[in-house]
Design a protein around this ligand. Structure first.
Ligand SMILES: C[C@@H](C(=O)O)C(=O)SCCNC(=O)CCNC(=O)[C@H](O)C(C)(C)COP(=O)(O)OP(=O)(O)OC[C@H]1O[C@@H](n2cnc3c(N)ncnc32)[C@H](O)[C@@H]1OP(=O)(O)O
Ligand SMILES: [Co+2]
Length: 145
């Protein structure tokens, strides 16, 4: 497997509304997508874009707010009521090859491969196996690179 670009840093927030205001007013972000619900992932999502090198997409901040009774980030927000850095998401060219690569190393994969917020397949790796970092692997969207 070859590691691709850092696609996004997931940031769990208790209030999407307040987090968007923070990125606009405190951080000076001008490109923030409208929030949308991903009920099957248990989160509301909005992306803050940072600029990349000429002609490339910059790394995004993925704001995630708990959605529904069984949100996977409910426990994280309970422990970190102000919110906090939640996961790192790296791109790969081939999601199935990446899954096999981590499985062969005994890394715990959290649930099935599913379609993520960019419309490409993703999976998550347990933070206790990954230097304490919840790690998301996503297939690079077609047309990028
Ligand atoms: C939309 C999509 C996309 O980008 O396309 C997304 O990103 S959706 C992003 C949201 N979806 C996901 O995160 C899906 C995968 N996540 C999960 O399955 C879960 O969140 C887990 C990672 C298993 C954690 O679940 P939960 O907090 O309920 O379990 P737990 O309290 O037993 O936690 C087990 C241990 O892991 C630690 N822990 C929990 N969340 C962590 C995190 N984000 N980073 C680092 N450590 C973390 C806890 O403190 C605890 O450590 P101690 O035992 O030392 O206290
Ligand atoms: Co993510």
């Amino acid at each position: 497997m070859k590691l691709g670009r850092l696609n996004h840093v997931g940031v769990a927030v208790p209030s999407m509304h307040d987090a968007i205001a923070y990125y606009r007013e405190v951080m000076g972000a001008s490109l923030i997508t409208a929030p949308f619900d991903m009920p099957e992932q248990g989160v509301k999502v909005a992306f803050v874009n940072t600029p990349g090198e000429a002609g490339t997409a910059g790394t995004q901040i993925e704001l995630i707010e708990p959605l529904g009774e069984t949100s996977p980030i409910a426990g994280f927000i309970a422990k970190n009521p102000a919110g906090g850095q939640h996961h790192l998401c790296y791109e790969v060219a081939d999601i199935e090859a990446a899954r096999a690569w981590f499985t062969a190393q005994g890394k715990r994969i959290l649930g099935p491969t599913r379609i993520g917020a960019h419309g490409t397949p993703i999976f998550f790796l347990h933070p206790k196996d990954m230097l304490g970092q919840l790690t998301e692997i996503m297939e690079t969207p077609r047309g990028d690179h």
